[in-house]
Design a protein around this ligand. Structure first.
Ligand code: ADP
Ligand code: MG
Length: 320
């Protein structure tokens, strides 16, 4: 029996629905359950053919468990190696090279450093920073946000230098980016699954949290939706994510990619609505089953490139 495990935290609706959906598909030799684990022995298989990971960004123990699981033959959605390597600033730089529109973005040195870091540790760093050059490039209004953030934590909208410094002073030892604000007309959040399926959802960031997904969207320009679809897929293929939400802010018909490092996208019935909830449960269930049905064999020799690329497809394996 190939087991598909779901690893999750506080969320209530998605994990159970996913397990039920997979089991109701009644696929011979495949079953789903919640992952159960304790101390993890090195290099011992996890017992799961596939794990859908919804929580390892918050719990380092789970991330380390998942890497060990990949090493021993489990396919994890999302690949923990890609995810560990990623950050938002890299994402924007990559997007710009892929021809996807992104707002002008600058990576900033930390406001504060941990206690053991002193000025001798920072001798490579320009001081004071050339703030004029940074502001001239980005231009206000702008967003100051963590280079590795999530859930709108420590996100500041700043309209001038004074507001910028007031916000920057609150950022502790976080690594921050400053990004030009897109004054958008439309805003989309898109589920992208298996690097091949995409669902574009209308989203209004100005509404209260639980009403942000617009359940009765107006009709959108078809060309715009095509471009959003193409750019969303391009980003997830480059980043190696099998499950992601890609956010776009649209200005004058151009979709600017704003946030595409959401490897545990919000999939709660009560925020995304019934239709999108069904869509994401179905799409992830089919993907997990498909992965469970392909026998995993890591690329040889064992190295980081192999872990990042995932299992060898059957057709690419050397004949014995
Ligand atoms: N450059 C930008 N232009 C317009 N809105 C932005 C921009 N950056 C962030 N935002 C707004 O702030 C929200 C949170 O920023 P985001 O980059 O998505 O961080 P998080 O990972 O915390 O969700 C976005 O959903 C969007 O509404
Ligand atoms: Mg976001």
């Amino acid at each position: 029996m190939k087991k598909i495990g779901v690893l999750f935290g506080v969320e209530n609706t998605f994990p159970g629905a996913l397990v039920d959906k997979i089991n109701s598909m009644d696929i011979e030799g495949v079953s789903a359950e919640f992952v159960h684990l304790g101390g993890v022995q090195m290099a011992v298989p996890s017992g799961y053919a596939v794990i859908v990971d919804r929580i390892s960004h918050d719990i380092p123990f789970y991330r380390a468990f998942l890497k060990n699981a990949v090493l021993t033959g489990t396919q994890v959605i999302n690949n923990p190696f890609w995810w560990s390597a990623d950050d938002k600033f890299f994402n924007y730089a990559l997007a710009s090279q892929l021809g996807v529109a992104v707002p002008r973005t600058v990576l900033l040195p930390h406001k504060q450093y941990p206690a053991q870091i002193n000025s001798r540790s920072l001798r490579n760093l320009e001081y004071p920073l050339d703030w004029d050059a940074i502001f001239d490039y980005v231009r206000f209004p702008a967003f100051l946000k963590p280079h590795d953030g999530g859930g709108w934590r420590d996100v500041f909208y700043v309209q001038n230098r004074e507001e910028f410094f007031a916000a920057y002073d609150q950022t502790r030892d976080l690594c921050m980016i400053l990004q030009a604000a897109v004054h958008f007309k439309e805003y989309f959040r898109c589920y992208v699954v298996g690097q091949s399926e995409i669902r574009i959802m209308s989203y209004d960031p100005h509404r209260p949290h639980e009403q942000r997904y617009v359940l009765d969207p107006p009709p959108y320009d078809k060309k715009l939706l095509k471009r959003v679809e193409k750019d969303g897929l391009t980003l997830c293929r480059a980043l190696g994510y099998d499950l992601n939400t890609v956010e776009f802010a649209v200005k004058d018909g151009t979709p600017y990619a704003i946030d595409f490092m959401n490897p545990v996208p919000d999939a709660d019935l009560h925020s995304v609505g019934e239709k999108s909830f069904r869509w994401i449960v179905d799409a992830v269930a089919r993907l997990a089953v498909k992965k469970a049905q392909t026998t995993n064999k890591l690329r040889s020799p064992l190295n980081w490139a192999g872990f990042l690329n995932g299992p060898l497809a059957k057709k690419d394996r050397p004949a014995r």
